[in-house]
Design a protein around this ligand. Structure first.
Ligand SMILES: [Zn+2]
Length: 107
């Protein structure tokens, strides 16, 4: 594949992937839940190595925590994000899966 992918570049999605991304986005930003205990609309962040990017490995982040100056990309990635918030992508994935499990249990 030639050229660098932009942040969260579009990639073909199956119907199942599309449904998963919708469900992940629907829970709202996991960092806003974590820090403030409230809902904020979220963008989809693809976790881990950009070359392994999978639509199944995603976390919902508000712009502030995603592409803003104090967001994952604004802070230069995992290292800077972890230095600031004491958590990284593995924790973002865990928080995402936990909230979705809770939402399904309460549905
Ligand atoms: Zn991202």
């Amino acid at each position: 594949m030639g050229g660098r992918l932009g942040i969260e570049a579009e990639k073909h999605k199956t119907a199942a992937e599309e449904a998963w991304l919708d469900e992940v986005a629907s829970i709202g930003c996991v960092m806003t839940w974590h820090l403030y205990g409230s809902y904020a609309p979220a963008q989809i962040h693809h976790l881990f190595d950009a070359h392994q990017r999978s639509h199944w490995l995603v976390a919902p982040l508000a712009e502030e925590f995603h592409t803003g100056p104090n967001g994952f990309h604004g802070l230069g990635g995992e290292r800077g994000f972890r230095a600031r918030y004491k958590l990284g992508e593995a924790e973002l994935l865990a928080m995402t899966l936990k909230r979705i499990a809770e939402k399904r249990r309460n549905a």
